[in-house]
Design a protein around this ligand. Sequence first.
Ligand code: PLP
Length: 394
Amino acid sequence: EVELANRVLALTPSSTLAITAKAKELKEQGEDVIGLGAGEPDFNTPKHILDAAFLSMKEGHTKYTPSAGLPALKKAIINKFELDQGLSYKPNEIIVGNGAKHALYTLFQVLLNDGDEVIIPAPYWVSYPEQVKLAGGVPVYIDGLEQNHFKITPEQLVKAITNKTKAVIINSPSNPTGVLYTAEELMELGKICLEKNILIVSDEIYEKLIYGGAIHISIAQLSQELKEQTIIINGVSKSHSMTGWRIGYAAGNKQVIEAMTNLASHSTSNPTTTAQYAAIAAYNGPQEPVEEMRQAFEKRLEIIYDKLVAIPGFTCVKPQGAFYLYPNVRNAAEMTGFNNVDDFVEALLVEAKVAVIPGSGFGTPDNIRLSYATSLDQLETAVSRIHRFIMTKV
Ligand code: PLP
């Protein structure tokens, strides 16, 4: 028996894991289960990106790179910031990591001392609290109210701040809700952060996947002061369907980036060289594939959203981005005789053969998360299975 470190014993097991494991087990038994748990686009990485990666290997680019990433990739990222957001960064204000997840992990490692607090709006992406805890920090949650489309208000932010608050995370568009903050909302939150000197961690990984004419605004775009107060996290995983390549980055204060680079030099050395070449092609090459994927997601959303909210006991804030639906199903669970949504989710899997993720893992136990990163055909079948399941129970 090996005695493990306290820091890993304190980790909360992934809520998505139990249901995914069970879905897998049922599939292996020959059950026709539809999985709506996916956290990644269902498209292939665009071909010109694959070609660039292959070419880089053939040209011999298979060695270490600088820890913070290839200069050419930093340049491509800097161009992207200029073009999309009018933000200008210098190379020493950018670090490329092994996915946005790793950029966030490294960021919290260099920011937090034991007991430092990080404000996390709920519902939240499951890794934020765990990463904060791994760095010795303390997650402080603000419940985004459903009637406010799960967005936190300035009053809530003020109330959550203590003399230990180090940072606040803004994730717009949000996983799991798909909701976007407007410029006005960000400005109000930003003002408070400036006043109280709280760092803003802006996770913009779903920036490119927005619908219904929505506009993505980064809080860093609102003023020079806010830019200096913000570390932006982004990457190519969701935008270019490159989840497996593991390329993400952080942009902001050069002291923070330098510390992150030092840490990376002793932990990963550098993100995989081939993947960095692929990411250069992703940003410098044609962007049409990104738009094609966005349109496919939007079409699915439009069709599936209407069918989902037609299910008795389901209400759903309409997402403006990402590729998840996050309905409140508390009434549906009650109507069908379940004490809580976790049990309802289990029955959906076993009886209706649809795997969804319970909201408990995202900090809001009345909701479920359905991913529409799967074919329209599968989505329609899944939603009608859920509908039928409920009709047979009430
Ligand atoms: N941030 C959010 C909100 C996410 O949903 C994800 C992926 O699921 C990530 C970051 C991590 O992305 P990456 O694949 O670049 O590590």
